[in-house]
Design a protein around this ligand. Structure first.
Ligand SMILES: Cc1ncc(COP(=O)(O)O)c(C=O)c1O
Length: 483
């Protein structure tokens, strides 16, 4: 059944009836493409005829014809004789998947579950447009802001203060994602060469960055109980005392990949243990805003460990393509962090920081809506895994972007290989292990579109069936993931 054609009046209700400044066809094109971009005109909708649009918007027929031609050229509309003009989204230039991540060549038909990252939300385009109108104020300067734009640092500092740890904007350094923050912190703290305690499992890029900076990793295995993974602080204390490790990289908030959350009542206890062992931890708060069950945003661990570094980011709440993150630094470490930062890069782009400012101002609305979307996706994926793969253990996390599932056998590497044949990209468990193992675990992000998500269960079940027939042990290999 084909979608009914949208009426001219309905379209005018969405994009307005003018005035149409500049060349009117340009304004009309921008109005329609913006409404498509932010979801007010859904993909798959059939637009009214050019004649109807002219009548509803008060524009001439020539103008609407030119606007439709431009929309077709930009990839927002596909016109076919007999089926009218159907709304679509332009292809992503260069493809969806970066060649660095899939050196063997990306399969565009694949459902990509290798990343915990979403496409840009509808708000993003508007935020870019508003940011462009502000950038002129910065043009008379050199554009170098190695610590970040003051307006953004203020907003971030205010949010920390509101969450329970007083923060001065000078304690904030804007970085290239949370990842840039972690790279700076580990180099500045140990000149890279010290020992760093790290959870197992953990975020794969953290393993690569810390090792790349010359650190030796001391794995701390998260405990597994009936409610999922959790932190045993006595056990961590024991490792810390034995190894006399002085630094740590920890993800206490909706931990990647397990989704585990360090409970509020354990936060002072973890803080005291780290202080007692004279450790300077790096807390990665990339996912902190993604609580999905209505609980308040967790108290920053910096409130319990004054001499700690916190990494944060806009990637998970807004869009990874902004590449805007930050670090929160104790005052006495600002100079050393700033010098290390200058040895790595000279600051984040001005425009993207202005976009981040725009989005931060609408933080509650944007994040609130995203949480709802993620909650539905989490529940749908968990239900599918239970239905299609009854032998797997699914623990539903209270936040984050992925399920971390326990397989009945050590076959995660085999599963990831088999999954490619069924159009599913996966990163096997061992990639999350700082010291090997974890072939019994698989991470399943629920960040893909609803349509794709509905296909995950059947594809996964087919891949698992194939993986069970592999007679040789399949080494998982190192898959690449950014998120
Ligand atoms: C725990 C954690 N830290 C850092 C990152 C990367 O964040 P960014 O894009 O801000 O560098 C991710 C992405 O998935 C993550 O899960």
């Amino acid at each position: 059944m084909s979608t009914p054609v949208m009426s001219g009046t309905r379209l005018a209700g969405i994009i307005g009836t003018g005035p149409w400044p500049g060349p009117a066809y340009d304004s009309l094109t921008a109005g329609i493409s913006r409404a498509i971009g932010d979801g007010r005109i859904p993909v798959g909708a059939r637009l009214p005829s050019e004649r109807e649009v002219a009548a509803a918007t008060g524009l001439s027929r020539t103008t609407t014809t030119r606007a439709f031609a431009k929309l077709r050229e930009q990839g927002f509309v596909l016109t076919r004789r007999g089926s009218g003009s159907v709304v679509r989204l332009p292809d992503v230039p260069g493809g969806r998947i970066d060649h660095l991540l899939t050196p063997a060549g990306a399969n565009e038909a694949e459902i990509d579950l290798t990343c915990t990252a979403s496409v840009a939300p509808p708000w993003l385009l508007g935020a870019y447009e508003r940011a462009v109108t502000q950038v002129h104020a910065y043009l008379p300067g050199t554009g170098y802001y190695p610590s970040g734009l003051p307006v953004l640092k203020e907003l971030i500092a205010e949010r920390y203060t509101a969450r329970g740890v007083r923060t001065d904007p000078d304690q904030i350094l804007i970085t290239s994602g949370a990842f840039g923050a972690v790279s700076i912190a580990v180099r500045a703290l140990n000149e890279g060469r010290g020992r760093v305690l790290i959870e197992s499992p953990t975020y794969p890029n953290a393993i690569a960055t810390l090792e790349g900076a010359g650190a030796s990793l001391i794995p701390y295995p998260l405990e597994l109980g009936a409610q999922g993974h959790h932190w045993d602080i006595d056990a961590m204390d024991h490792i810390a005392r034995q190894t006399r490790v002085r630094s740590a990289y920890l993800i206490p908030d909706f931990h990647n990949p397990t989704g585990a959350l360090l409970p509020e009542e354990q936060r002072p206890e973890l803080g005291a243990m780290l202080r007692r062992n004279a450790m300077v931890p790096i807390f990665d708060e990339s996912l902190v805003e993604l609580g999905l069950d209505g609980d308040p945003t967790p108290t920053p661990m910096a409130a319990f460990v004054p001499d700690s570094i916190t990494a944060g980011s806009t990637s998970k709440i807004f869009w990874g393509g902004l590449r805007v993150g930050w670090m929160r630094i104790p005052a006495h470490r600002i100079d050393s962090m700033a010098s290390t930062r200058l040895s790595l890069d000279l600051g984040a782009p001005v425009l993207e920081q202005l976009v981040a400012v725009e989005l931060m101002r609408d933080h509650e609305t944007i994040v609130g809506e995203y949480r709802e979307k993620l909650r539905a996706a989490r529940d749908s994926l968990a239900a599918q895994v239970r239905a299609y793969l009854p032998t797997w253990q699914v623990i539903v996390p209270s936040g984050g972007m992925a399920l971390w599932c326990r397989l009945p056998e050590d076959r995660s590497g085999a599963l990831a290989i088999a999954a490619r044949e069924h159009g599913l990209g996966l990163v096997a468990g061992p990639n999350f292990a700082p010291a090997g193992g974890l072939d019994r675990w698989i991470r399943l992000p629920y960040t893909v579109s609803e349509t794709q998500l509905d296909e995950v269960g059947p594809r996964l079940a087919a891949a698992w069936e194939d993986a069970l027939t592999y007679t040789d042990r399949v080494p998982a290999g190192r898959a690449r993931t950014v998120a």
